[in-house]
Design a protein around this ligand. Sequence first.
Ligand SMILES: Nc1ncnc2c1ncn2[C@@H]1O[C@H](COP(=O)(O)OP(=O)(O)OP(=O)(O)O)[C@@H](O)[C@H]1O
Ligand SMILES: [Mg+2]
Length: 197
Amino acid sequence: MAASYLKKNFQGEILSEFLSIIEEEVMRLNDITTNFLGFSKPAPLDIKEWAINDIVKSTVELIRQEATDRNIEVVLLMDENIFPVPCDYSRLRQALLNLFINAMDASNEGDAITVTTELVNEDVTISVRDTGTGIDQEEVENIFKPFYTTKTRGSGLGLAIVDRIMKEHEGSISVDSAVGTGTTFTLEIPMRNHAKV
Ligand SMILES: Nc1ncnc2c1ncn2[C@@H]1O[C@H](COP(=O)(O)OP(=O)(O)OP(=O)(O)O)[C@@H](O)[C@H]1O
Ligand SMILES: [Mg+2]
């Protein structure tokens, strides 16, 4: 707020440029801290039965405008036969959002992000496929580690959080990627989660 105040009330190109940097960096640190606090001190799980397709659709809406602006197509392929699944609504949204943001980060104009839901035996799978940069084979083993990032503005906590959310659901996350072709992340959530319902 002090940086914003100075920017508004004092003139000068360099002053304004440096204050903008301070503002941006404060916002970035704020994001990292918020992510970090969420990572280290999770709220208790709140498992209820939810329509997975609705969660997917409403989360996609959070990135749709930016996708449209950047000419990235978002395709939804929803299996309509999925019964309500026991899960934590806001955790699952967080997991999906982290995957969507990564997919957006990796994509360029003309790329597509495809989100597929499917009922496979006793599990529901949600996959997020992008046609973006892809991930190096050697890099793949690192991406779920906390603080691993290749982005100048990344905290490297996104996928570590998704991984933990999946473990909380007795589910899993897997990845399939090829440099230059794109990446698919697949979440698997068991339909029966007796332990926690
Ligand atoms: N869809 C993807 N395409 C290409 N690379 C990816 C994709 N998703 C993740 N990665 C790679 O995995 C790394 C770790 O991802 P993660 O979401 O954990 O952190 P981040 O995106 O770098 O930072 P944060 O999510 O905290 O903002 C990324 O920096 C990137 O190199
Ligand atoms: Mg991320």
